[in-house]
Design a protein around this ligand. Sequence first.
Ligand SMILES: CC(C)(COP(=O)(O)OP(=O)(O)OC[C@H]1O[C@@H](n2cnc3c(N)ncnc32)[C@H](O)[C@@H]1OP(=O)(O)O)[C@@H](O)C(=O)NCCC(=O)NCCS
Length: 157
Amino acid sequence: MAALQNVLEAAPAYFQIVGGVPPGPAEAQSLFTGLPLGKGYDDKFVWGFYSGAAMIGCADVIRGYPTPDKAVIGLLLLAEPWQRRGLGRAFATLVEQAIAGWSTIAQLRIGVALANSRALGFWQRMGYVETGEVKLAEPGQVPAAVLEKPLQRTLRA
Ligand SMILES: CC(C)(COP(=O)(O)OP(=O)(O)OC[C@H]1O[C@@H](n2cnc3c(N)ncnc32)[C@H](O)[C@@H]1OP(=O)(O)O)[C@@H](O)C(=O)NCCC(=O)NCCS
């Protein structure tokens, strides 16, 4: 939890964009416990991305939401010193590969704050396409565009 909190605190620009304030002292706990309505912790996954022993990124995934065949990447984040080096692509690819292990999932889904234009560009570059849905803002947050991508399963010999 402490390592996760450190990663989140090392990405202050993201929190400024989506919430207008720096990361708070319980950001890791919120990420760990946050669940959409109707989902349980069996379908909630928080993964760390490591450089050696140091956690440098995190991803939050909900399996089977909002429909059983979709998985939502709630947040994928790298500490700022590790951004723009190709590691976001590497981490997102690993997350997609992990999701591909769930036979029920056919579609990947992500909500990106409209104000987070860099992340929008990143996800589009990763092959995600805007669905036209816009999630309305929760209190203290900004509206988010929904993007989706069919889940690729590579055949292994
Ligand atoms: C979004 C984030 C994970 C991207 O990681 P990154 O390491 O900076 O991105 P990468 O260097 O791996 O870039 C991957 C690809 O996206 C492209 N890309 C990145 N930002 C882009 C942009 N604004 N517009 C177009 N393409 C972009 C890169 O050119 C690269 O393309 P390539 O692999 O084909 O050469 C990272 O910036 C981050 O943690 N941001 C803060 C948290 C956040 O906003 N998360 C997303 C919301 S869920």
